[in-house]
Design a protein around this ligand. Structure first.
Ligand code: MN3
Length: 230
């Protein structure tokens, strides 16, 4: 390579590096947008008898709220570590970010997926068309979804997701608070099968809880999620 050209390249590289250096010794102020516990669109008791008001209150105001609090704490620490270039700390925080951030993301979807039974109507339009194409019928989707979700070992979630690559609907499960996106799908409908979601009411009978949840699935919200995913 010509010497003059190498010199020009070095000068350009130095200029670019200078552009991202902080100005003087001014402190860098960097904050992340703190997560907030979302309000529910219905009262705690509005999903009865499928899910009791007691479960809803604990689930939203205690469990979900704790994920939000712990996610924000982990993200504050992450931001500080990031500014210091403390990569080891950044890596050590990733478990807490995934778990608590996943808890926040998943429950935020879940609350919107549900509605009082009197306000729920079966899916129609584009959503119904895709359900029938990809599963045969709504009943078959529900059967397959329920079987896989009931079979989650320990704590986790059942999902109906949209697969952008194939343009189709897919059923998946995730462990713990892993979000649906970790299996490559855009979440349309999630069902929480952590024991805190049903145990006070259904005890060990997770299949009864999952079967009953279909009565309070807000298909209108699922259709909105599909429209946004496409
Ligand atoms: Mn939960």
């Amino acid at each position: 390579m010509h010497r003059r050209r190498v010199f020009t390249m070095l000068r350009t590289a130095r200029r670019l590096a200078g552009a991202v250096r902080p100005l003087g010794n001014a402190p860098q102020v960097r904050t992340f947008v703190a997560a907030k516990l979302p309000d529910l669109d219905y009262d705690y008791g509005a999903l009865e008898p499928v899910v009791s008001g007691e479960i809803m209150q604990l689930h939203h105001s205690k469990h979900h709220n704790t994920y939000v609090t712990n996610f924000n704490v982990a993200m504050e620490k992450y931001s500080e570590a990031e500014m210091k270039g403390d990569y080891a700390t950044m890596i050590s925080l990733q478990g807490a970010i995934k778990f608590n951030g996943g808890g926040h993301v998943n429950h935020s979807i879940f609350w919107k997926n549900l509605a009082p039974a009197k306000d729920c109507a079966p899916p129609d339009g584009e959503l119904l068309k895709l359900i029938e194409r990809d599963f045969g019928s709504l009943a078959k989707l529900q059967e397959k979804f329920s079987a896989q979700t009931v079979a989650v070992q320990g704590s986790g979630w059942g999902w109906l997701g949209y697969d952008k690559a194939s343009g189709s609907l897919k059923i998946a499960t995730t462990a713990n608070q892993d979000p649906c996106a970790t299996v490559g799908l855009t979440p349309l409908l999630g069902v929480d099968v952590w024991e805190h979601a049903y145990y006070l009411q259904y005890k060990n009978l997770r299949p009864d809880y999952v079967k009953a949840v279909w009565e309070i699935v807000n298909w209108k919200n699922v259709a909105e999620n599909l429209a946004a995913a496409k």
